[in-house]
Ligand binder design. Structure first.
Ligand SMILES: [Zn+2]
Ligand SMILES: [Zn+2]
Length: 327
């Protein structure tokens, strides 16, 4: 197998050849056909998440086919197309796992962070955390659903069922969630970096009612807002945009510090909440919903060897939609 691996904090990823991995009991080997690039990959590469053990192969929006089965795997078959998401393993025993909150597990493993991920020709995954994807749709188009879509879904559920929804940071997750929210009859207000006409155009073409800069006041009060950009300064901006009783959902795994803000913009029973990881049920629910509304993902495909270029484009905000790597 070969992979783009990270050997040190902040280093460029390098192409490495390794022996083909062999799945242990309960695991499968997946031959990767596409792997989306998520902002969390940037946080891993940039050392913004703790306890990375090098070398690590990032990537957790994996679409591929099973090409080896470990002992005892019955639910999946050779040749089956599957998705491998961020959640790679949970303990099943901690208070969170026992309360159906495996996204908060005390002893989790995460694909592309604590176990090798999909910026590679092959990866090993625990069979119980893979999602069968069926045969509808292109591999590259499906890959952003595996994190941008899944975390987007969880954050949308967390936002409640209000009618007017703000989306701050209209990238991979935002453009998927906007389509889901639309299908539910909600009105979407898309906030982008100032002057990012491409993202604003994309938002409007996907049915957003309004698109503007993050500093803009939307034409109506929002019932909820979801923040996908890793920018703490967006929290007070979003708080000012939501109505009394409204909720601001921070959907990222890492964010720059939140600046101080006057208590009165939180008062009125506004809430700030965060979203962490996903549960397998989120995946099952979201993929079923996604199939019904036939989500269109906007992707820019890079060959795997151009992983560093894809990461740089994401870091610089020079991508519209989602980046996808192909081995
Ligand atoms: Zn647990
Ligand atoms: Zn992700």
């Amino acid at each position: 197998m070969y992979a783009m691996a990270l050997s040190a904090r902040g280093a460029p990823l390098t192409l490495q050849q390794r022996p083909d991995p062999v799945p242990s009991p309960g695991e499968v080997r997946v031959k990767v056909s596409a792997c989306g690039v998520c902002r969390t990959d940037l946080h891993v590469v940039d050392g913004e998440l703790p306890d990375v053990s090098y070398p690590i192969i990032p990537g957790h929006e994996v679409v591929g086919r099973i090409d080896a089965l470990g002992a005892g795997v019955n639910a999946l078959e050779l040749g089956m197309r599957v998705g491998v998401p961020w959640l790679g393993f949970t303990c099943g025993e901690c208070i969170y796992c026992r309360a159906d909150k495996e996204n908060l597990c005390d002893r989790p493993e995460f694909t592309g962070y604590t176990r090798d991920g999909g910026f590679a020709s092959h990866l090993i995954a625990n069979a119980r955390y893979c999602f069968p994807l069926g045969e509808h749709g292109e591999d590259a188009d499906l890959s952003p659903l595996l994190c941008a879509g899944l975390i987007g879904w969880r954050s949308l559920v967390m936002a409640g069922d209000g009618e007017t929804l703000g989306i701050y940071g209209f990238g991979a997750a935002g453009h998927i969630v906007a389509q889901v929210a639309n299908s539910q009859g909600r009105k979407v207000y898309a906030f982008t970096r100032e002057g990012d006409k491409e993202a604003q155009q994309l938002a409007l073409s996907l049915g957003a009612d309004w698109a503007g800069a993050s500093e803009d006041i939307p034409p109506t009060e929002l019932d909820a807002a979801i923040i996908y950009a890793p920018v703490g300064a967006l929290v007070p901006l979003a708080l000012r945009a939501v109505r009394k009783g409204g909720r601001v959902v921070c959907a990222g795994i890492h964010m720059s510090d939140i600046p101080t803000f006057p208590y009165r913009i939180l008062w009125g029973e506004r809430q700030i909440v965060s979203v962490a990881n996903l549960t397998r049920k989120d995946g099952i629910d979201f993929l079923a919903a996604a199939a019904k509304i036939d989500i269109q993902t906007h992707t820019t495909v890079f060959p795997l060897v151009e992983t560093n270029e894809a990461l740089a484009r994401l870091r610089d905000g020079k991508l519209t939609g989602a980046a996808v790597l192909r081995p």
